[in-house]
Design a protein around this ligand. Sequence first.
Ligand SMILES: *Cc1c(COP(=O)(O)O)cnc(C)c1O
Length: 220
Amino acid sequence: MSITENYQQILSSIPAHVQLVAVSKTHPVEAIQEIYNQGQRVFGENKVQELVAKYPELPKDIKWHLIGHLQSNKVKYIAEFIDTIESVDSEKLLLEISRQAEKHQRTIKVLLQVKIAEEDSKTGLEISEAKELFLQYLQGQFPNIEITGLMGLATFTDDMEQVEREFLFLKRLYDSLSIQKPLTTLSMGMSGDYQLAIASGSNSVRIGSSIFGQREYPQS
Ligand SMILES: *Cc1c(COP(=O)(O)O)cnc(C)c1O
């Protein structure tokens, strides 16, 4: 199947209230342009260097999401144009994003990435840290950011009951923080588990290989 056919099939399998973030990491700008032409506007990349290389080559109404681990010293390269940083996992990073956003007189949307995987050593905030940072945010400590929601990565396993537990865990945190300030985005689910994520309350899925095909990494 072509990228366009894959894309249309994924779109038709996602309810209207769920946002699709097309994860284009490792794929060329031509592939991104192909589904842009189909109407897709939200794209996800996981590396600053790759995003900064692709950005000038593509239409300016794309909403770019950074979904991979971000070092504070690299925020400055994307602060002018990034729509949402989904992978915020420290206070230091929040402070730097707010500082760089202020330089460009804008507000950058962020998601707090919470560690939900029971087994994998995936990065993310502990639940207590996420609550603490959200409180600091509500008190006005990060004036040029808007925390719009949470992001989580489930354990890479065939045990779908475990994956579901992890998703529901994040959904509960999302609902409890939403009482303090309404949130809009619960980002959970990738190519292998997005249906389960949506059934567990996700309203934003990050899908790469099911649209663009397998990623090819250069031999190192
Ligand atoms: C690569 C990546 C995805 C997309 O994964 P697929 O399995 O290709 O859909 C989603 N989220 C994050 C954080 C990623 O790094």
